[in-house]
Design a protein around this ligand. Sequence first.
Ligand code: 5AD
Ligand code: SF4
Length: 480
Amino acid sequence: MLDLTAKVHDESRQGEAYAPFVNDPTVYRKKFYIESYGCQMNFSDSEIVASILNKEGYGATRNAEEADLVLLNTCSIREKAEQTVRKRLTEFRKAKESKPGLLVGVLGCMAERLKAKFLEEEKLVDMVVGPDAYRSLPGLIEEAETGQKTVNVLLSRDETYADISPVRLESNGVTAFVSIMRGCNNMCSFCVVPFTRGRERSRDAFSIVAEAQDLFDRGFREVTLLGQNVDSYYWVNEEAAATVQNAAGEAVTFAKLLEMVALVSPDLRVRFSTSHPKDITEEVLLTMAKYENICKYIHLPVQSGNSRILQLMNRTYTREWYMAKVDQIKRIMPDCGISADIITGFCTETEEEHQETLSIMEYSKYDYSFMFFYSERPGTLAARRYKDDIPEEVKKRRLQEIITMQNRLSVESNKLDIGQTYKVLIEGESKRSDQDWMGRNSRNKAVVFAKGNSNYKKGDYVYVTITDCTQGTLLGYLQQ
Ligand code: 5AD
Ligand code: SF4
């Protein structure tokens, strides 16, 4: 799963028209402010929370100072993520002192991990709400308003928020996340997610397609199907199964779902994240190859390039197996981009084993990687079974070697694009200049090019010929 560094509200976007930030007091009697940390799933969850709060008469604001309710949607994946949230809470503590009645709530994975303990540790927090309990927010807020501290961290086996239409919070109006499943049944030994997000469950396929269709009708041109482990998506139409005519029901696999969403429109791009290498099937790859609008890009976390470490991590594949998966992807889609998550300095990792991570990176030719050093998380299998025995300076040095390798691979991959022409979906103006557009090609590479005299706008597809690149961006010119 992708892990964005804490992305607080992007100031550069202030002033643009966002539907949810309506300050009409006749519609919304109160204001909430929400910050999201961690993975895309968390950002997507905040949009569900916004929808629930809108219905309760809370309008979103980008200005924490004018909020009646402040929410932090938190992440527990590494210790540093939790420290960032705690630091932020001390800032809101001050705000609370100067504004009696201001409510502060902690949502998401940290709420789930620490439960009521959070209230003891951070005395000024009013509400602690886990990822499966957002429907209870209105009741919890009401209780908190009477001065009561409130907690709901119940995990669910079936909550998917399928019927809640997310309010797009920081949207560019072109790309959107669509959550397709929740929770995770994999037991990677380093990972806190199975504890914070509970068991895996898949969302009603028809509600997913309806959401994609609605986004398309509203001008969106790209959806990213989100889940901790999208390839194990599996939904059975219970209603159909209940009828005599179709006793077996209709099972929808991830490949089938991809196809259903791709068929919404050839002008709607489909992406997905995250895949577990053990679960991504040939059928998924063939479906990707079949539809031009399913983007040729797979985020395929490797975590380590060494089979012994992979076993300790409980990843259930070996180095060779992963390499064969990369071969299969390239055989079916020679132009498919691959990216990875990598953890360095896992318990007992030797220098030779670290070298194998570097060499699998070279083999896989990742376009990008999200790279971390191991951070022990309380309660996980690794924390219980193995000693976190790699000294911090060694972890950091190995991480630096991995980053250097990735930087080289990214530049090499981008250089191969020079001279090529790509179909690019315009997402908005380039951050550096309002004279340039920024968009992405199918392979998820950012492409920047001059607007020139053209009348294109956000959400349009254009063809761009690449002339140059940096480590993170392709530069080119518009084909007229
Ligand atoms: N320490 C470091 N990195 C971790 N990740 C998950 N758990 C840990 C941990 N305990 C990384 C993995 C995962 C990504 C989202 O975060 O690489 O794929
Ligand atoms: Fe996302 Fe929770 Fe994992 Fe953080 S700990 S990356 S918020 S699932």
